[in-house]
Structures are given as structure tokens and as C-alpha cells.
Write a protein that binds this ligand. Sequence first.
Ligand SMILES: [Ca+2]
Ligand SMILES: [Ca+2]
Length: 487
Amino acid sequence: MKRFFKIPIYLIGISCLPAQAADYYVSTANGASDNNPGTQSSPWASPQEAARTAISGDTVNFEDGTWDLDDIVRFKNKGTATNPIVFRSVNLHGAKLKLPNTVVGLGDALFSIGIFQDGSWKEEQEMYIVIDGLDLEGGRRHTIQATGGGQLTIKNCKIHHSGNDPIKINSAADYVLIENNEIYESGVGEKQVCSETHACNSDGIDITSSDFVTVRGNHIHDIASWGVYTKKGSKNTIIENNIIHDTYEGGIGLGESTVTYDAIARNNILYNIDHSCLQFSGGKESKFYNNTCYNVSRVFGSNWAGMRVAPAEHTAGAKEGDDKYSRNIEFYNNVIVLNNSDGYCFKASDPSFAGTGKAAHIAQMKMDNNLCYNLSGSSNYFWKFEGKVQSGIDAWRSYTNELGTAQSTSDIVGLAPEFVQVSNENSDDLFLPGDFSPLIDSGIDLSEDVAKDYYGFNRETNAFDIGAVENTRNVMPTPINIRSRKN
Ligand SMILES: [Ca+2]
Ligand SMILES: [Ca+2]
């Protein structure tokens, strides 16, 4: 874990002086040139010039226009906590930067954020860069890649049509905030074709070996692989209040091929997900709280589940001596609406921990107050744990009770969630439980971790609803509009 403040005490007085901050402009208008001073009346022409020149405290304003780039954009300098470097579109999404998926460059991304020195990217760089409101398209592998480029904020942007993952955070890029972006169409470049329809390893957001990354309020859709996952030893990832839909693989992964620690995914809405919706794959001390999954596990239903637990493939990034298995994990207050005839609400494929048995394993899992329903019309519901399949909630309860750690004592199975709205993504009622929904007041109180719901309404202490949206509309104040531009 990183220390936030590295400024010696005697320098603090200096860092508090007014910054010599400049306001620069970049434009596609006639007369724009990198030989200009970069003022509003005499703007630069290229984002690369801005990225080479801007220093701590500078704001670079992009006028409306389209830049057809032929090279990556890489920042030369860093900002500071109080004086970041800001790249912003004057008008929301008015500035469009495009880099073809064929262009090879450092990082293979449109924006490569980090410090490249002596032939490699440096880890744990505190960049303090803000990218705000731009429309970013393409990149051979990624649209934005932070390799070691920490303290980065990506907000209010459109980020799309990447070769692989639109956003890749890796190599100890700590304290990255990804907020209020629309992220879509991953894996359109040099496809590693998985099937006739989509690419591989092209997730909406891929967080690898980076701590304290927050993914909040994003709209992530039409994704070749997973919506979001965090792996390779990443610690303290927060994934909250996102809407994720139309993915060809899974929804949210806490752990993937490698492990993650202390992650939480809460108040997310996921729909039209082909494989598992919520998955721990080498997830440790991690939580899925109050997420709504609808129309999930649509393809190969017997391989996947609404909620799934698996080991990671490798221990890369794990704490010293630690293993690859998921442990101390929790699924509470989640809605799982499957769409397949196989009916797997839950599936754990972790084998027994070395030297211990099923009882020890199940004691390290906690799941309850989830609702499982199936759109396919099948009334069979299954729970699978270490190769043994339990048919029906009663069988699952008594099986886990016999193992010494009763699970799912308050789950709701086979009842429709009765949402007001399931298809209009712009509706304020999307996935709101209707007034007679079984989700209402059926959750466990998670006030400490889930104070608000997807829309920003306060949760009802001691009367938690299941799922991402709390039905308390008549009594609560108007919430923040999550789609408006964030300051
Ligand atoms: Ca990936
Ligand atoms: Ca309630």
C-alpha cells in the first residue's frame, strides 16, 4: 500500500502558493498550430503537443472537433494532488480523438499514461492527471492504458472501439478513479477471435496489480468479454453504481485468472450477460452486495451461474505464501435472474483447500438474502458446491447446514422480482422493484457498506431491499443525476 503524502513538511508552504497554472487550448480550426503559444486565440493543433507541454496545474481545453490521430498521446509531466494536469473537452464529448486500431506505439493505446524511462514503464507513478469529457475512440489494444500511471481520473468520457480492453489499469497504477463514462464496443481491432461473433480478452475495464481503483457510475455495454474485473493482487477495488449490459462473457469478476483482495462490487445493474454475472475467481476478503443481474447466464448455462466461485489459475500477485483459492467471500442482497434451462443460481468449482475439507471451505463463504429467478420458465433451481449438485433451495440449505455453516437461509427462490422497468436504460425506474415486489425489505442490513442505492437514494436501515435499487421513492429527496457531468 502506498503513502499518499510524500511532500516533506518544509515544502508544504511552497506547495500552497497560487499555482502558475496555464489555460491552454487545442483546436482543429484553421490557424491552429503546434508552433502557436496554445492560447484560446492562438491554439495548438495536436493533443500530443499539449501532452508534451502541460505541467502541474495546467488545464488543456479541447475545442469541438475531430482529431484523426496517427500516433499515441503520452504525457511528459506529472501533476500534483492539489495541481493536477487536466485535459478536458470544452463541450461534453465535443472533442473527438480517434486512433486507428492498427497504429503500433508505446502502450498500444490512444492515451498511454505513465512514465516510460530506460526502456520500460515505471511502476507506482503518481501522475495526477484528469481526463474529462472527451470522446476517445480506438487504440490498437486499449483506448486508455495506465501502466504504472496512478492517481489518474477518467471522467465523463466516451471510450470505445478499442482493439482489446477500452480501459486497462496495470503495473501498480494506484488510486485511479473511473467515473461517469460510457465505455463500449471492445475488441474491434486485431481480434483474437474466440467465436464467430466476438473477440477475446477485451473487457470493459481491466484492473491488474493496482490498488485502490474505483469504478463508479459508468455505463459499460457491448463488450466482447467481461464488463469489469480486477486481478493480479489488486487490493481495495471498488466497483459501484455502474450499469453493465450486453457482454459476451461475464459481468463483474473479483479475481480473474489471478487473485484480488478486499474488493467490493455494490449497487451495480447488469443485464444481458452471456456467462456468469457475479464471479469470484481467486477473490479474497471480497464482497458482492446489492447487485441486480437480469437475463444472465444466457449461453452454456451449465458452465456458468448467476453467482460463481472458482479458483484463480495462478498465484501471480498473491501475498507471499498465499494460494489461488477464493476465500472469505460474501454474496448478500443480490438479484439473480437467469435465462437458461439449467437453472444454476450458484456454483462453486473450487476444490477443497489443501488439507481441509468441504466444511472448512464453506465456512469461508457467506451467501444469503439473494433472490434467484429464471426467465426461461424452468422451475428447477440448482446450487453446486465442489462437484455436488443440490436441487432446490431446501436441499441446499440442509446440505450446508450439515456442513456446519448454513447458507441461504433467507434466499428467495422462484419468485419473479417484479421490476417496474427492465429494458429502457434511460428510465429512472429501471430495475426499481414494483410496490409488491418480493425484493422489498427482504435484504440484510448492509448500511455500513451500502449507505445508498444505485440512484443515490438512502437505503432503509433495517429494511434493506434486495438488488441495486431501493423502493423508497416517495419519501426520499431527489438524488444526484448520475448522468450529469461531474465536477
Ligand atoms: Ca483483459
Ligand atoms: Ca426497503
